[in-house]
Design a protein around this ligand. Sequence first.
Ligand SMILES: [Ca+2]
Ligand SMILES: [Ca+2]
Ligand SMILES: [Ca+2]
Length: 149
Amino acid sequence: MHHSQQREEEIQDMFKRIASITLSVLALTLGSATVSSAADGVCGSSDFCLYKNANYSGGVYDYSAALSENTYLGDNFFGAGTAVNNNASSSVNKHVHWVVKAYESAWQGGDPLTHRAAGTGCLAGQCPAYSTLGWADNAFSSHDNIWVP
Ligand SMILES: [Ca+2]
Ligand SMILES: [Ca+2]
Ligand SMILES: [Ca+2]
């Protein structure tokens, strides 16, 4: 093989490898952009968020408002490291279609507190967000949800 031709092929191989790596990085970036934003410590537009303290402070746990949770056991507040179960003192539903009902006990037991869909305001004591939880303070252990078009 002619020396300069071999060199040219080596350079082409190198560019193919670079292109392949670039595509892999792009795929990873796109992949992470499309996965659920739940449980990343950021209360986003599809999340139902619980806070350790009143007024949305002291550590957050962001669940997906689109998914039921039968128990909060094993979940810890981001930024606080303490258990979510029986420790939430404020809550927010950011989803515009899922109504979230949080319950006193695991497996949707005990009394629920209804979180209306985001932007719908409070009605009959049901709000999208609660800066304090009253009777439900340090009690939430599970939630389920209802789709509202
Ligand atoms: Ca999130
Ligand atoms: Ca608390
Ligand atoms: Ca409880």
